[in-house]
Ligand binder design. Structure first.
Ligand SMILES: [Zn+2]
Ligand SMILES: [Zn+2]
Length: 371
């Protein structure tokens, strides 16, 4: 009996001291994948920790109590990293909209390839953990007389195999629902693949590059910095390394654009202009598209995961940013520049890769001929 009560006492101490670490992990998991199981486990653990605290105080185990207090404060600090912390207002932009002469016959289509069920708290500081958000993976086809461009690929045909290589905790915290791959949608509608001149990546993370192998031989445009990032390693770009993609690097040689010091005007007509927005990854870019009809879009990739990131100038939470290995200084610069553009030019539709609201005004690729 004496031994049993010793084991029991050791367990109560362990829950009070180590419990908050597990509670932090459950919090991060729930925010990325709002499953009732994570929520129930978290509530039960929190109650258990408080009960153990009561036992420690009643028994006056002050040394254990000190350790428990330390980890429990650390947990509260961790939760604090999810609270709102808006960046200072950037200096306003006064430039007029840049000139563009897009040719007639341009068109733009969204190709939704899947969705992750996440929360607002996962996407930006100050987002609520109870506000469930669809984190979409959508490719965008820009049709242009000089050659069509696919901006990101979304989830490809082989995403299930690609996912198997990801860390266990990432898969546990990800509730991915797949739709049809972009290549299947295009093929089903009889798209002539010889029209597709480039795949243009906002960055090389798995959920943007996954469909590249479905378009063999199509050059994949990346910046030199992103190419280095792919080659350097890490699980998030493991797929990019193994897919035998035809990477084609490009330089920013078209002068300044909307406050960005450098840009690349892809076809020289101002219809597709790429600017460097490093931070999320070293070679992340934003793509400004101006249609012949006058509609303008800014595809900002994962600069922010939900539009509030730009509109409220809120960065990704600390845990999400750290696990991605972001460069916070560069990210802040890129985010504030784009935030100034978003507030000054309401006529530009901002499309954050994973925010479904950005795609509302972009027609979906026709499904007329699908089964
Ligand atoms: Zn990303
Ligand atoms: Zn992404």
């Amino acid at each position: 009996m004496g031994r049993l009560s010793k084991v029991g006492a050791a367990f109560l101490r362990l829950v009070a001291v180590a419990g908050p670490v597990l509670l932090g992990l459950l919090t991060a998991l729930y925010i990325g994948r709002p499953s009732p199981y994570f929520l129930a486990a978290g509530i039960m653990l929190a109650v258990a920790i408080l009960a153990c605290d009561g036992w420690i105080v009643a028994r006056r185990h002050w040394i254990t109590g000190g350790f428990a207090l330390t980890t429990q404060i650390a947990f509260l600090i961790f939760v604090g990293t999810y609270t709102a912390s808006p960046l200072p207002m950037p200096s306003p932009i006064s430039d007029p909209l840049p000139q563009a002469s897009p040719p007639g016959g341009m068109a733009i289509y969204a190709l939704p390839t899947g969705v992750n069920h996440r929360t607002a708290a996962f996407a930006y500081r100050g987002g609520s953990p109870w506000d469930k958000r669809d984190s979409v993976s959508t490719a965008v086809l820009v049709r242009h007389p000089q050659g069509d461009v696919l901006i990101d690929t979304g989830l490809g045909r082989t995403i299930a195999e690609q996912m198997k290589e990801f860390p266990f905790l990432f898969r546990l915290g990800t509730d991915l629902v797949r739709f049809r791959a972009a290549a299947d949608q295009l093929d089903a509608a009889g798209y002539d693949r010889s029209q597709l001149r480039y795949i243009l990546l906002t960055h090389a993370h798995w959920d943007h590059i996954s469909g590249v192998p479905d378009f063999p031989g199509v050059p994949v445009l990346v910046t030199a910095a992103e190419r280095r990032f792919i080659d350097e390693g890490g699980w998030a770009t493991a797929g990019a390394r193994s897919m035998n993609a035809v990477f084609q690097e490009y330089a920013f040689d078209s002068g300044s654009y909307m406050g960005f010091a450098q840009s690349r005007d892809l076809y020289g007509d101002g219809s597709i202009v790429i600017v460097p927005t490093p931070g999320h990854t070293p070679g992340s870019v934003a793509v400004f598209v101006t249609m012949s009809g006058g509609a303008r879009y800014a595809f900002v990739g994962d600069l922010v995961w939900q539009l509030e990131g730009l509109l409220e100038r809120e960065e990704r939470p600390w845990f999400e940013a750290r696990t991605l290995g972001e460069n916070p200084v560069l990210l802040r610069q890129s985010l504030l520049q784009m935030s100034a553009i978003a507030t000054h030019y309401p006529q530009i539709t901002i499309v954050a890769s994973h925010d479904p609201r950005g795609y509302a005004s972009i027609p979906e690729w026709p499904r007329a001929t699908t089964r």
